[in-house]
Ligand binder design. Structure first.
Ligand code: SAM
Length: 302
């Protein structure tokens, strides 16, 4: 039986479908297959003669994806890998180029909602945050091991949290004498540093949101992986192939925007989304996570 939530709805689904316009028989690479929401849809479009290569760093999500993709028309192959290695995965799959490459960045709802994975400040759990459990460094290692200045830079560089210094100072005070080992404890330290009560209506988002995101991005080397993916993408796409990236964070969206613009100037890409595509009010109301999603799509023309 599938352990993936049956109601899982991928973000910006219809835009992804329309802009990536998978034709029957095409080869699709979903670099962040997750719970296979987008992948299922794109498999339908690729049909019986199409192929789907799915990649994820999270072995549990990959199992859920395998369940959800059972019975899909296209031929499906799943790989436990970081998308920074898309070239190796395609080599292993014996595929020279793909028609469509999709990356829906960040964490899945399943990872966020499982307190044992340590992404959540809503329910306390171990301060872990590894999407790939084969990584050796956890969020607790960073929080307890970095110097104050390193922590402050990490938080600023990955989330642009303007109170990064205050937060780093408070973390260093709190960890004196004992390790901070739970998400609940870290969340409390951050709220104390900002003098904010997470239950107060004054703060629209939880005060620890940016700090948690910054740590997660550092633990999983997310910006480096995205840079590598963007660099390798043109050589993985067939001529005419489309790349779509959904980012939830301005640093990542900025990287995608600049990459596509540079490749447009070089004559390598045509940009299919003049502005990033965002969720409409209905989707934003139904799925709060979609509120920060930005989709950009380009086509390889040289
Ligand atoms: C937002 S979810 C994707 C959801 C998916 N599009 C769906 O419809 O179900 C992001 C997924 O990408 C995976 N991921 C994040 N960074 C990755 C990377 N560098 N390489 C491979 N997978 C990654 C996460 O483990 C997670 O399962």
């Amino acid at each position: 039986m599938s352990d993936a939530p049956a109601e899982h709805v991928p973000v910006l689904a219809e835009h992804v479908r329309a802009l990536l316009s998978v034709a029957p028989g095409e080869v699709v690479l979903d670099a962040t297959v997750g719970l296979a929401g987008h992948a299922r849809m794109l498999c339908e479009d690729a049909g019986h003669h199409g192929q789907l290569i799915g990649i994820d760093v999270d072995a549990d999500n990959l199992k859920a994806a395998a369940d959800r993709l059972e019975g899909c028309p296209a031929a499906v192959r799943l790989f436990h890998a970081n998308f920074a290695r898309i070239d190796d995965v395609l080599n292993e799959a014996g595929i020279e180029g793909v028609d469509v490459l999709l990356a829906d960045l960040g964490v899945s709802s399943r990872q966020l909602e499982d307190p044992t994975r340590g992404f959540s400040f809503a329910v306390s759990g171990p301060l872990d945050m590894r999407m790939d459990s084969t990584l050796t460094r956890t969020a607790a290692d960073l929080v307890n091991g970095l110097r104050e200045e390193e922590l402050s830079d990490l938080i600023w560089d990955n989330s642009q949290e303007r109170f990064s210094r205050k937060i780093a100072r408070r973390i260093c005070e709190a960890r004196r004498g004992h390790r901070i080992t739970t998400t609940g404890e870290l969340s409390k330290v951050v709220c104390d540093a900002l003098g904010m009560d997470p239950r107060s209506r004054a703060s629209k988002i939880h005060p620890a949101t940016r700090t948690f995101m910054a740590l997660r991005m550092a633990v999983n080397n997310e910006l480096t992986a995205l840079r590598t993916l963007l660099d390798k993408a043109p050589s993985c796409l067939k001529l005419g192939g489309r790349i779509g990236v959904i980012a939830f964070h301005s640093i990542e969206d900025g990287m995608v925007k600049r990459d596509f613009a540079e490749r447009k100037r070089d004559g390598q890409y045509r940009i299919l989304t003049r502005r990033p595509v965002i969720a409409d009010p209905q989707e934003r109301a139904a799925n709060p996570r979609s509120r920060s999603a930005k989709l950009r799509v380009a086509q390889r023309v040289r």
